[in-house]
Design a binder for this molecule. Structure first.
Ligand SMILES: O=C(CO)[C@H](O)[C@H](O)COP(=O)(O)O
Length: 260
């Protein structure tokens, strides 16, 4: 662990490092997408190298697949794995019930399928991701490119009918062109400010023609591992009802990730 990392990267690192403690020999593990998940993939590669574990990874994006292969993780598709023991992924927001907004990195569709196909989902996050109510982070909704403007108009009309705050919807861009997901779709970001009925919103969004999936992950996450920039780690298990706190010592770390 390089000592010159920013506090936010230290937070992501300690959350990731603690989460890979849940990985056991022989497991099939869903590999999330995003900067926090990238730390987890690196940590997993490290324990595979050091402890000789037999771990198979199912990545949730082409980015994660590339990184996983680079760090020596055996990568297979979800269809090859069929079912997973565990998925570890980041999140854009989580609330007290461990409901999430995901998709800030544009991989929500594969992330949701992989997490849902897992016995357990662990979210790794820095402390800033915890919210009292979901919705300050724009809700990503993946739509097919055909007729996306119609889907956008239908979403906006639906939000007005539902009396949802802040109905501003934007097409995610990548420079001058629309951002395209691994599945060839577009993403609409819904600027809602506060989501008061996530379950209803999720159901209604997925009924709009052209919508493939939305970034609300409800009743999917089992455990959240929250990292702090000072090395503190909190693990909350929603099923067990337990909260554990720990502190990781940065001085014990080395430069294992410097070559990546
Ligand atoms: O959902 C995601 C990607 O689709 C990410 O997990 C989410 O955006 C968090 O990313 P980061 O760890 O970089 O903050």
């Amino acid at each position: 662990m390089p000592m010159d990392l920013s506090p936010i990267d230290k937070a992501k690192f300690v959350a990731a490092k603690r989460a890979v403690d849940y990985v056991e020999d022989g497991m099939r593990v869903g590999l999330g997408t995003g900067s926090t998940a990238a730390w987890m993939v690196r940590c997993l590669g490290e324990i595979i190298r050091e402890e000789g574990l037999n771990i198979t990874g199912v990545p949730t994006s082409s980015r994660t697949a590339d990184l996983a292969r680079n760090v020596g993780i055996n990568v297979i598709s979800l269809d090859e794995a069929k079912w997973l023991d565990l998925t570890i992924d980041g999140a854009d927001e989580f609330d007290a019930d461990l409901n999430l907004i995901k998709g800030g990195g544009g991989a929500l569709l594969q992330e949701k399928i992989v997490a849902t196909a897992s016995d357990r989902m662990i979210v790794i996050a820095d402390v800033a991701k915890e919210v009292a109510a979901l919705g300050a982070f724009p809700l990503p909704v993946e739509v097919i490119p055909f007729g996306w403007q119609t889907s956008k108009a239908l979403i906006e009309e639906t939000l007005v009918n539902m009396d949802v705050l802040g109905q501003n919807t934007t097409l995610r861009m990548n420079g001058d062109t629309p951002f395209v997901t691994d599945e060839g779709n577009y993403i609409l970001d819904l600027h809602l400010r506060r989501i008061s009925n996530a379950r209803q919103l999720s159901l209604v969004m997925n009924q709009v023609p052209g919508v493939v999936e939305n970034g609300l992950f409800l009743d999917i996450c089992d455990v959240v591992v929250i990292g702090g920039g000072d090395g503190t780690v909190e693990v909350r298990d929603i099923n067990e009802g337990t909260v554990e706190q720990d502190k990781m010592d940065f001085t014990e770390s080395d430069n294992l990730f410097a070559d990546l």
